[in-house]
Write a protein that binds this ligand. Structure first.
Ligand code: IMP
Ligand code: MG
Length: 179
């Protein structure tokens, strides 16, 4: 175990079987549809790369990077697109893949933004949901795990850009967050 880790919340094996389960559901739901996976950079990169290998359908992937404004303005739901999609999404079935949904503001903004481009559908798949923190209503089609209101890292999620490469979901030691 990494020396900075306090405890593991979700083991690698649990993640793998959940991702396989989600991939099977998506495969069933999107059969015969023009599926475009939109990976939200950077946190969802690890989940996306595992998930697409569990989806047994032709699909495209594209990437979007988004940043929320500072803590104060975050509650307004104003987010900035740092990198937009390369592909057009009109008439396509878009599935947004995210690492964690917290307040829900980032995803609410993204869904609204993508709907303007007239896709056939827009749905959300997240590996983690910090449900008790939600401030906006958000319809999430696929959820991996509901997690408590603790800051977690690993499986793509970072603290100050580190720990994304841990193969499990974990909570860091108190002293790490303090420095
Ligand atoms: P929201 O807009 O409040 O839903 O924020 C979602 C974003 O906040 C995610 O895409 C993550 O980048 C980040 N985030 C929220 N909670 C955590 C956490 O526990 N660990 C790492 N990143 C987090
Ligand atoms: Mg992040």
């Amino acid at each position: 175990m990494n020396k900075d880790i306090e405890k593991i919340l979700i083991e690698e094996k649990e993640l793998q079987s959940k991702v396989a389960e989600l991939g099977a559901k998506i495969t069933a739901d999107y059969k015969g549809k023009d599926l475009l996976i939109v990976c939200v950079l950077k946190g969802a990169v690890v989940f996306t790369s595992d998930l697409i290998r569990e989806i047994n359908l032709p699909l495209d992937i594209d990437f979007m990077a988004i940043s929320s404004y500072g803590a104060n303005t975050k509650s307004s739901g104003v987010v900035r697109i740092l990198k937009d999609l390369n592909m057009g999404i009109e008439d396509r079935h878009v599935l947004i893949v995210e690492d964690i949904i917290d307040s829900g503001l980032t995803l609410a903004y993204m869904v609204e933004n993508l709907r303007f481009r007239r896709p056939a559908s827009v749905e959300i798949c997240t590996i983690l949901d910090k449900k008790e923190r939600r401030t906006v209503e958000l319809d999430i089609k696929y959820t991996g795990f509901i997690v408590p209101d603790e800051f977690v890292v690993g499986y793509g999620l970072d603290y100050a850009e580190k720990y994304r490469n841990l193969p499990y979901i974990a909570v860091l030691k108190e002293e790490i967050y303090q420095v």
